[in-house]
Design a protein around this ligand. Sequence first.
Ligand code: ATP
Length: 425
Amino acid sequence: MNILILGGGGREHALAWAALQNPKCDKLIVAPGNAGIAQIATCARLDIEDGGAVAEFAGENAIDLVIVGPEAPLAAGIADRLADAGVLVFGPSAAAARLEASKAFTKEICAAAGAPTAASAHFTDHKAAADYVRAKGAPIVVKADGLAAGKGVIVAETEAQALDALDDMFGGEFGTAGAEVVIEEFMKGEEASLFVLVDGETCLPIGTAQDHKRIGEGDTGPNTGGMGAYSPAPVMTPEVEARAMDEIVRPTMAEMARRGTPYRGVLYVGLMIENGAPRLVEYNVRFGDPECQALMMRLGAQALDLIHACAEGRLDEARVHWADDHAMTVVLAANGYPGAYEKGQPIGGLDALPETAWEMTFHAGTKWSGGEVVSSGGRVLNCTARGASLAEARDRAYALVDAVDWPGGICRRDIGWRALGAAED
Ligand code: ATP
């Protein structure tokens, strides 16, 4: 099978690595890729949001399956264009990708399907929104409706913070994403994510994870794209997972199909769990980054079979074969991230890092420059490891971190603290 993966982060490096574990993968091209991906696959320059260009490229290169990594091309309709051109694609249509692109839409689907989520209201009028905040009081959550790269959500502890957030959003800080604002009830509990493959009809859970969004240890400081993750998430017991599937995922997916916009691809189900009861925080229409790195490490070669079965609508025949294992990924970021940081710093020690089914260093913001690997983004490397326990996975992942020679790199030393603390109690 000839495969094209769209994207160039740690998620796509992990997807590429997993695809290559499977003997069914003949040719692998990644667009645009990064320095690490370039060592295992062919990297292509391609505007991945230009559906026509990607379809043409897929035709010219006899691609049998396109795996779409990030959300932006999906929201722009890449899956529709590829399907029209007769190219098999893993990723939802633009209509189904609204589950991530519009929070108000997801709320409406949840209401129609009876899926538990935070009570909410949406507004296009600043004054009406402010009146609602004053009526409800704090804590309360204010969200720009559209895609805002994870920055359009304010969990306000005071009414004043919520009103400030409304000023920013209606003041245009998030562009058109903030023209409509969703205001939500604050949900208490522990957050975790569930990953589900959906082929329009069948929903197959393929793993759970927890990430660490904050830059600082102890989950402090500003939000980032994610500083580390581990899988499985202990809070997602089989009972909680079964409830999430029965009460949230299957009813909402059935509602999407009923509306003539069936969902196909991986669904990232962000959940808040309180006393064993899951409620939906958000849907994303792609794998999370860095959760994907931990998941791929656990799934290995079967990931490609599952993705292929999903794209072909054969999930009813598919099974996940679990080892009783754990995986963790630790993000090495550029000093200063998520604020201003330097790019172009050389990174040493990479050639000596072990690359096995137990430990892999996935590249995110890296590129080749003058024969060496240099940093080219905020999140740069994802040191990822598997183990029989989470503690073993953690020790292996941090051994990778310590072997990287990059004085300008920073990481959190406490990835997995919540799960590890619970395991050691
Ligand atoms: P991302 O995709 O980067 O996670 P997003 O912009 O899609 O972010 P959400 O996932 O909806 O936004 O919210 C971001 C975070 O804010 C959540 O992961 C959660 O920690 C918190 N949050 C969102 N909604 C609520 C809520 N109703 N109650 C409590 N916390 C919430």
